[in-house]
Every structure is written in C-alpha cells, then in structure tokens.
Design a protein around this ligand. Structure first.
Ligand code: CTP
Length: 391
C-alpha cells in the first residue's frame, strides 16, 4: 500500500541509474508520490527530462533554488516518508557514512532522520574494498538498510558481485518499510539470536548451524515498529539498537536474566546448545589415542526457566525440527510453557538455517496453529511480531 506515500529517490552516477526509471513508474503506479534528487554524475546516465516525466515532479540537483524559502535539503527531507538511494555508488556511500554533505543528495541524506534504504551498485573490486564495506557497516549501525548487490555481468566487463539488486527487491523493501506500524512503541523487546558456542579447549568448540539471521531480522523489525530492542547474539552485527554479544549458553542465560524484569517481550530465536563439556581444558587437547570421550553436561534451559519465572512478559520460543514438525512443536510448547512457539522445518534446504527465507508455523498456548507462507526472513519477522503483539 503506497497510496499517497512520499518517496524520495536519490540517484547517483552509476550505469544502473537507467533502471531506476522503471522503478519510478512502479512506485507511481502504486499510488506513491515520487521526487528525485540526482547527483551531477547521475545526469551522465539519465536525463532530467526522463526523470521529470516519470516522477511528474521537478528533479532536484542543486542545493539553492530561489523559488523555495526553505533550503531544499530540509524541505525535501521534511516532505519524504522514506528515502531510497539507488544506485548508490561507493563515493556517495562513503560520503554519507562520513557525514559529508557536498551536494544536494548528500546534504539531504545528512539531514534525513526517517527510514533510508540504500541499494549499492559498483564494480566487484570496489564492492570488496575494505573502506566500502566499513562504510556500509557504519550506515547499518545508524539504522540505514542496504540491499546488497547481486552477482552477475557488470557493465565494466567484469563478472562478480556488484550489480544493482533486482528492482523487485528494492520495490518490496520500500513497500515493507512504508507499511510499518509503530505497534511496539514503548515496549521493550529482548531477542536472542545465533547458535551458542560451547568451548572445549582454547581452539575447539561445539556449536550449530544457526546463522542468527532470523533473530536479527526480528530485532530490526521490532526496532522499525518502535520498540526498544536488546539483541543478545553470538554473531557480530552492526545495528542501531543495543547489542549484547555472548558466546555460551551460560553467558546468554545471564544476559537474558539481566534484561528479563524490564522486558515486555522475550523472543528466544537463538539455537542454544543443550549440552556443554563437563570440564573445559585450559590447554589444547593433544592428539593421542584413536578415540577420546568428551563428557557433556546439560546446559540450563533458558526458555523454560524464563517461563517459570515470568510475570507479565510475553515469551516466545522457537523450535527447529527435522521431522514431525507440528507434533514436536505441540509437545514443546506445553513442555516449555511459553506464550507462543514459532516452528521451523529444518529438513527443507530452501528455508531455515543460513537461508534468507523462512516458512514458519506459529502455535499459541491453546495450540491454535497458524502457518506463515514462505517469505524473506524480514517479512516473516514482521508478521511474527504483528501476530504476537496483537493476540
Ligand atoms: N532453548 C533454551 N535453552 C536451551 C535449549 C533451547 O532456551 N538449553 C530455547 C531455544 O532458544 C528455543 C526453544 O528453547 O526458543 C526450543 O529450542 P529447541 O532446541 O528446539 O528445544 P529443546 O528443548 O532443546 O528440545 P530438543 O533439542 O530436544 O528438540
């Protein structure tokens, strides 16, 4: 639903600039108002006239025009509900990350405090450049979403990662962002993510395949929905909310307990190892006999403990099953005592661990079952949050 939404598109000087013409049409067809800012280099690839006709608005390039009493970089950022920069060159990404405001586009970006999405496109070697990657992390840490480029044939003749992601992806990301409701405003949401790491000795550990992507998607969505988010994760991430990095189940337990009393929602998306070694070896275990035995002891069941001690918190568990999904999930929600359980079928290669997509089934205490159709983890995350916050 884009009806009457204000989309501000920043186009920078890359060959993919021409693709944005059809994107503008798609936004217009969906009922949105579109305004376009170009960098001077963008006009080497598309003409102002084309963009003006498609957006049915003036195209902005210079910072100071006499017809407007408000400086353009402020009036445009006031006007927009969302800002999309596509294609975003390494140069513009770098400037925005550093707060440089040397043209209208970067000045607007500097003044912009609402949702911003950046879709980079560049040569594959530039994409891999350390500074470019660092700058993108800086943007992410500020809450700016970026849509990674795709692999393919690049205009410079190289084949590699750098091509602007599909217009469909950009359209969906904008659509999704525009339709966020602030349903979680004033709520504190604590989310765990990633597989715990149970150390054996200084060089070895037991862990699992959990990528932490589902938990991260939940955290980002909860943040976009206005919540105060605390993400307790075993993975390195850059985000505009509080992150507590942990390794083992015991560290995760401690961190969750610290946040528990003040939390409104706790979502245990982490894959907590059920067992850890009984005795951690301070020194590297040397190769010796043909077989060795590691004695494992149970880790605490964080979710079950939380459910036993809960006051007003809404507690959500996740379960990953490789067979009999619904039967196992039913047994698990009753055993753990959580308010909701989100069940994942990990036998499927197209969803779940490490994938960017997921398909889940939500169970509530009364064993009502709702299936969410396969979608990107961010769409699934948002649907889960909407579900649990309105039930
Ligand atoms: N969980 C937890 N502490 C553990 C194990 C799991 O808090 N020690 C949480 C997970 O974060 C998840 C839920 O419990 O939200 C279900 O995890 P799962 O591994 O499916 O459940 P288990 O109780 O470990 O059952 P099993 O491994 O036997 O299927």
């Amino acid at each position: 639903m884009m009806q009457n939404k204000h989309i501000l598109i920043g186009i920078t000087g890359g060959i993919a600039a021409y693709k944005i013409c059809s994107l503008i049409r798609d936004f217009k067809k969906s009922g949105a108002e579109v305004k376009v800012i170009v960098t001077p280099n963008a006009l080497n690839f598309v003409t102002k006239l084309t963009l003006q006709n498609l957006s049915q608005n003036e195209v902005y390039e210079g910072e100071f025009t006499p017809q407007n009493w408000k400086p353009e970089h402020i009036s445009l950022s006031d006007w927009a509900d969302i800002m999309l920069i596509a294609p975003a060159t390494a140069n513009t990404i770098g400037k925005i990350a550093q707060g440089i405001a040397d043209n209208l586009l970067t000045s607007v970006a500097c003044a912009f405090s609402k949702k911003m999405i950046v879709a980079p496109a560049m040569n594959c070697n530039m994409w891999q450049n350390e500074s470019v990657q660092k700058n993108l992390k800086t943007l992410q840490a500020r809450g700016i979403e970026y849509l990674p480029p795709e692999e393919g044939f690049l205009a410079c003749g190289y084949v590699g990662k750098g091509r602007l992601c599909s217009l469909e992806k950009i359209f969906n990301a904008v659509d999704e962002a525009l339709n966020y409701s602030e349903t979680l405003k004033g709520e504190k949401v604590v989310i765990t993510a990633g597989g715990t790491i149970e150390e054996i000795d200084p060089v070895r550990y037991i862990s699992n395949y959990s990528s932490g992507k589902m938990g991260l998607a939940l955290a980002k969505s909860a943040h976009d929905m206005g919540a105060e988010v605390v993400l307790i994760t075993t993975k390195d991430v850059e985000c505009p909310f509080r992150i507590i990095k942990v390794k083992s189940a015991l560290e995760m337990e401690e961190a969750v307990k610290d946040e528990f009393d003040t939390a409104d929602y706790i979502i245990m998306a982490a894959a907590v190892a059920d067992y850890k070694v009984k005795e951690y070896s301070q020194q590297k275990i040397k190769k010796g006999e043909d077989t060795i035995t590691l004695e494992l002891v149970k880790n605490p069941d964080i979710l079950a403990e939380l459910c036993q001690n809960k006051t007003s918190q809404i507690i959500v568990g996740f379960c990953a099953e490789s067979e009999n999904l619904i039967e196992n999930a039913k047994a698990k929600i009753l055993k753990k005592g959580c308010d909701f359980l989100v069940a994942n079928d990990i036998s499927r290669k197209d969803i779940g661990f490490n994938s960017d997509e997921n398909e889940v089934t939500i169970l509530d205490k009364n064993i009502n079952i709702t299936k969410l159709e396969k979608a990107s983890k961010s769409v699934i995350a948002r649907k889960i949050l909407e579900w649990i916050s309105t039930k």
